[in-house]
Design a binder for this molecule. Structure first.
Ligand code: DON
Length: 319
């Protein structure tokens, strides 16, 4: 649906809106931080930041926007893009579907008929996607993922080694999921190597500002609006944004699409990215999570931003 250029509130009001939302939701202390590994359990639950980067390269930020945290499941979006570039849409579709599950992100389920994981945004699909990343050996494959992050963010990206080793030593459910897919021939490469790469991609360190630039790159047809470097072939943007829209918020994806109406992805460390195609990328960071693993303040902030800036993709009132 095409909206006229002036549908968006003047960008001059964005700093005030961000400051207002930050102070409004800072007092909301509901939820719990992820506690399945000690590194995530010890995070300061009060961290809170909101950033917007527009496709013309303006960044607006409030709160702890320079605080580093691990990207976790938000990585699934970008690694899916790399797998699409490595193999093309048709082949990737033979390995990972595009159907929402309505189940938790770590559910151990495959499509009954095709034996594919349902979509690349849940753990099973993300592990299958990661197994598709090309490279001669573990180091080259990791370097390709880190190079990809660098293009989206505009700086070198590092893996938090203690998070990675904790994820690896406790990731029995992900390992079980990988073995199930191996059983059905859905994963080809050495599964321990692919699981390591999956844990490493999740353990890459980013800031809330980085998240908004990554989201803005997707909003800007794959070109980082700050560096002007291309991060992803624009032919795959629609694939990525479609699965984010239908599957990015796990078993909250339907309600998110209905209420907020823009492609998004959350991670268990408290980050959320949301993409307004042709306009802006939004990053929110607040580690207090709801039962589905989505940041509580992050969801609230995106809901308010969607209403105030008229971001819902199907909102046509007054047009
Ligand atoms: O697979 C895992 O358990 C984590 N490393 C990533 C999980 C995650 O972020 C799920 N999102 N809410």
């Amino acid at each position: 649906m095409n909206k006229p250029e002036n549908y968006l509130i003047a960008t001059s009001t964005i700093p005030e809106i961000l400051a207002e939302l930050h102070s409004q939701y800072q007092t909301l202390k509901d939820g719990v931080v992820a506690n399945y590994i000690p590194e995530l359990a010890k995070v300061n639950p009060d961290f809170f930041s909101i950033c917007i980067t527009t496709v013309d390269g303006q960044t607006y930020e409030v709160g702890d926007f320079q605080q580093l945290f691990t990207i976790q499941s938000i990585s699934k979006v970008f690694v899916y893009g790399l797998a699409l570039e490595d193999h093309g849409r048709d082949y990737v579709l033979t390995r990972v579907g595009v159907e929402p599950t309505g189940d938790a992100f770590n559910a151990i389920i495959l499509d009954e008929q095709s034996k594919r994981p349902y979509n690349p945004m849940v753990n099973a699909g993300a592990i299958a996607t990661t197994s598709l990343i090309k490279g001669k050996g573990a180091t080259e494959r990791l370097n390709r993922v880190l190079e990809m992050y660098k293009k989206y963010i505009g700086r070198d990206v590092f893996v938090d080694i203690s998070v990675f080793t904790s994820e690896r030593s406790t990731g029995h459910r992900n390992r079980a999921t990988a073995h199930l897919m191996l059983n059905f021939g859905m994963i080809e490469q050495n599964i321990e190597e692919s699981l390591d790469l999956y844990f490493q991609q999740c353990s890459a360190m980013v800031t809330c500002r980085d998240l908004s630039v990554m989201a803005a790159t997707l909003a800007n047809k794959g070109i980082n609006p700050i560096t002007q470097e291309r991060a992803i072939d624009n032919r795959y943007i629609k694939d990525i944004l479609s699965v984010m829209y239908t599957c990015g918020m796990y078993n909250f994806a339907g309600e998110w699409a209905y209420k907020i109406g823009i492609p998004a992805k959350s991670g268990v460390s408290g980050g959320i990215i949301a993409v307004v195609p042709g306009k802006m990328g939004i990053g929110v960071f607040s580690p207090l999570l709801d039962v589905r693993g989505n940041s509580i303040r992050g969801v609230k902030v995106c809901e308010e931003l969607s209403q105030r800036l008229r971001l819902h993709l199907f909102d046509c009132v007054g047009i």
